[in-house]
Ligand binder design. Structure first.
Ligand SMILES: [Zn+2]
Length: 433
């Protein structure tokens, strides 16, 4: 289809579904290069509005605000007592859903949203049009950093909820004719994929999916000449994912970080830094590096001091980026906290695995696709897609001993594919908790 026609169709659709989208987008472009103090002022103003709104409209938060001694009507934002407002968890959002939710009748247009977490709880809520449009606009701004328009032709890997391979195959069937298997380098299928890729301006989806695709077409950049952005979301991005994408498409794998209830939290800039979308979220880091989010635009379902469940490391406030943006930078997203690995007598965070395999990658330049499963305390089964050599096994054992001491013994097993949990690929699955 002609590009101008696609643009018109997109804009017509957007106007109908998200009337405030273009305004938000224009505002976000305007504040893209704002200095820090201006960004902080805007965040403070939005934070104040949100707290007043939540105090008046959400019984759940009213109680918390009162308990913390926070006065939302003070002229100067009450930072000291704001930090005393008790943390909200995903369980709270599920269990107190009806007293958090602001009646949809207070808004013009609303959308029903559902999000499933790693904990297995399904969260549903109503998102008002303004909030929904803001999320889309923030995404569009991120695309614009790569000269990508939302109406450009793209390849989309999304929403997998049953067996990883089965669903991957289904999606790929959209543009592959032949039976598809991860290690099956079928000439004809690859040709088809490349044919589609000729027109693709961007690729987006789960990072593990993009990684599998990159491995399948290691010289794709020859054909994917229009490609300007490969963007991953929703899952941890390992260093070897980046290597594979760079090798295949000759551009860097970029990431967008967010959650349905929290909105877009950060978007990676062309200099490789994850800039927080400070116009839309206020970020704090709590104990054990846990990310705490306040969503500045979520009026229909307020999200205040919400513990998303991820551990992150922030750059110093004073850190700058070569791209010129002054939005704060997330240095590292370490991933989900919560699930524990059981040693014989002690508990270990599942993030330990991330460090073990990261160390191996940086020390030996060896990437290992793994998934660890625990069935009993003190033992860990490490599934890998390729058979590890004795030397490689010794690296893993060495790393394991470094962190777990003699608390955990590891066993290796070759797997054809990894188990999915709640539709997402996890690097650790516990059968104990
Ligand atoms: Zn930057």
């Amino acid at each position: 289809m002609l590009n101008w026609l696609k643009k018109i169709i997109f804009k017509k659709g957007a106007n109908k579904r998200n009337p405030s989208l273009i305004n938000h987008f224009d505002d976000l472009i305007a504040s893209d290069f704002w200095p820090k103090n201006k960004l902080n002022q805007l965040a403070e103003k939005r934070l104040k509005d949100l707290l007043v709104w939540s105090f008046e409209n959400s019984p759940f938060y009213k109680k918390k605000i009162v308990e913390a001694g926070f006065d939302p009507y003070l002229e100067n934002f009450d930072w000291k007592n704001f930090k005393k407002i008790p943390i909200t968890t995903k369980s709270d959002l599920v269990n107190y859903n009806s007293v958090i939710q602001v009646p949809p009748s207070k808004f013009g247009k609303t959308f029903y949203c559902e999000s499933s977490g790693t904990s297995g709880q399904v969260l549903s809520f109503i998102r008002d049009e303004n909030w929904d449009s803001f999320i889309r606009a923030a995404q569009m701004r991120g695309y614009s950093w790569y000269n990508v328009n939302p109406w450009d032709f793209n390849i989309y890997f999304w929403g997998y909820n049953s067996s990883f391979l089965k669903k991957l195959r289904l999606r790929i069937l959209d543009f592959l004719v032949n039976r598809f298997r991860i290690f099956d380098y079928n000439e004809k299928s690859i040709r088809e994929l490349k044919k589609k890729g000729v027109n693709a301006v961007y690729i987006e989806g789960y990072s593990s999916m993009i990684y599998e695709m990159a491995k399948l077409i290691p010289k794709a950049s020859k054909d994917f000449k229009k490609l300007r952005l490969v963007k991953a979301t929703s899952e941890k991005i390992f260093p070897h994912y980046k290597t594979a994408v760079k090798q295949a498409f000759n551009i860097e794998l970029r990431s967008e970080y967010g959650a349905a209830e929290a909105g877009i939290i950060a978007f990676e800039c062309p200099e490789g830094k994850m800039h927080i979308v400070e116009e839309g979220v206020y970020v704090e880091v709590g104990e054990n590096q846990e990310l705490i989010i306040t969503n500045l635009v979520s009026k229909s379902f307020p999200i205040i001091r919400y513990q998303l469940g991820d551990a992150v490391v922030l750059e110093n406030e004073s850190a700058t980026c070569a791209c010129g943006r002054e939005h704060r930078i997330i240095k590292e997203i370490q991933g989900r906290v919560g699930k524990n690995i059981y040693g014989k007598t002690k508990l270990f965070p599942s993030l330990t695995l991330y460090y073990m395999f990261k160390n191996i990658f940086f020390q030996y330049n060896k990437s290992i696709d793994y998934q660890a499963v625990q069935y009993e305390k003190g033992r860990l089964e490490i599934l890998t897609l390729e058979k590890l050599t004795d030397i490689e096994k010794s690296w893993v054992i060495h790393e394991s001993n470094k962190y777990f001491k003699d608390e955990v013994t590891v066993k290796f097993k070759v797997a054809k594919d990894f188990r999915l949990e709640k539709g997402k690929l996890r690097d650790f699955i516990s059968k104990i908790e």
